[in-house]
Design a protein around this ligand. Structure first.
Ligand code: CAA
Length: 380
């Protein structure tokens, strides 16, 4: 495979790198401490086109490839994974889902605002009893002719409080199991739609995660995405691409932690020399660098598969499984390289370590990725 990046991809990567250093780094510790949503930063990312990178230009999107998107995700995640998850959900799950499967009217009304950052989106699949087991949706949408009536609760929804538009997956016909599931566009403020309290999280504390409660919410029929019964496939297809974005987020967390550890090892002295001169540290850095490069190749392979219209279920799941493990391992080691300083907030690595954990959980746990991978390789 040719992993050489084009001039344009390198320019986009560098723009994201500069932006992250200039705009995300200041205040990142404070936002994490206070669980503060990065409103200003999201606005700026919208202006730069980071919120609808892959969407069609006719609906305000950047029309860019997936490789450019993962490069941006990596750069943002090196500095602030709370910001990058907002970018990931808006791009991969919401804009891509609407652009690929929405009709012209839905794209005109919703996508044009989501691509520019004028509005933010959320993807609502998980429930108290249906996180991994996505076919077991308890939220119902009952067909009433010209509208559906939505009832139920969604959990752990990224952008839950800050979103304007929500893609909600619900069961319309229990008898039909996954073939009786649909996806709907729901607007904030509709009667009966309540946003639950914000979760107090271990990591990605700047992003807002909420439960959502739907109590007899009237959803117009024109807000259903695709044919009747398409909702489960919509969710699976969308999540398959989302996993590439989260794999890139994990890669970014790992690279961010590694770069901090490497720089620290050049200035911190112990036993009369910089700690990089001790094999105990140098070998850690060698292992980190090697695993990050391997993760990067898997992430780029998955992105290229998507760009080349190949099946990316397998490559996306492998990228997410591996990169999230690398994020966790590298972040823990980066804290170790920093010693006592790694345990305090101002050195950033403890935050990256906390942020790394979620990449093994959302958009399908590591165990779910293994289900997807094993099914795929055993079917061949
Ligand atoms: N593309 C297209 N169709 C797919 C598909 C894919 N990637 N994966 C499954 N399907 C289809 C199957 O072909 C099947 O359709 P047919 O009956 O027509 O053949 C149907 O969907 C059901 O498939 P399975 O029998 O394989 O379903 P399953 O119940 O065994 O579940 C699973 C499969 C992979 C475990 C799935 O449930 C899954 O991915 N679960 C995890 C869900 C998840 O990622 N949750 C995270 C929440 S979202 C989030 O975190 C967002 C956020 O806020 C950051």
């Amino acid at each position: 495979m040719d992993f050489k990046l084009t001039e344009e991809q390198l320019m986009i990567r560098d723009a994201a790198r500069d932006f992250a250093k200039a705009e995300l780094l200041p205040g990142v510790i404070d936002r994490d401490n206070k669980q503060e949503f990065p409103t200003e930063q999201v606005k700026k990312m919208g202006e730069l086109g980071f919120l609808g990178m892959m969407a069609s230009p006719e609906y305000g999107g950047g029309g860019m490839d997936t490789v450019s998107y993962v490069l941006v995700m990596e750069e943002l995640s090196k500095i602030d994974a709370s910001c990058s998850v907002i970018v990931s959900v808006n791009n991969s799950l919401v804009c891509w889902g609407l652009d690929t499967y929405g009709n012209d009217a839905q794209k005109e009304k919703y996508l044009t605002k989501l691509t520019t950052g004028e509005s933010i989106g959320a993807f609502c699949l998980s429930e108290p009893e249906a996180g991994s087991d996505a076919t077991s949706q308890k939220t119902t949408a009952i067909d009433k002719g010209d509208h559906y009536v939505l009832n139920g609760t969604k959990n752990w929804i990224t952008n839950g409080g800050s979103a304007d538009y929500y893609l909600v997956i619900a069961q319309t016909d229990k008898e039909k199991k996954h073939k009786g599931i649909n996806a709907f566009i729901v607007e904030k403020g509709w009667e009966g739609f309540e946003i639950g309290p914000k979760e107090d999280k271990l990591g990605i504390r700047g992003s807002d995660t909420h439960s959502l409660i739907f109590n007899d919410v009237k959803v117009p029929k024109e807000n259903r995405i695709g044919e009747d019964g398409f909702g489960f496939k919509f969710a699976m297809k969308t999540l398959a691409g989302g996993r590439i974005g989260i794999a890139a987020q994990a890669l970014g967390i790992a690279s961010g932690a590694y770069e901090l550890a490497k720089e620290y090892s050049k200035v911190r002295k112990a036993f009369g020399t910089e700690i990089m001169n001790h094999q105990a540290i140098a070998f850690k850095l060698a292992d980190m660098h090697t695993s990050i490069e391997a993760a990067r190749m898997l992430v780029l392979k998955a992105a290229m598969d998507k760009d080349n219209h190949e099946n990316y279920d397998l490559s996306g799941a492998m990228a997410k499984l591996y990169a999230s493990q690398v994020a966790m391992d590298v972040a823990v080691e980066a804290v170790q390289v920093h010693g006592g300083n790694g345990f305090v907030k101002e050195y950033h690595v403890e935050r990256l370590m906390r942020d790394a954990k979620i990449t093994q959980i959302y958009e399908g746990t590591s165990e779910i990725q293994k289900i997807v991978i094993s099914r795929s390789i055993l079917r061949d």
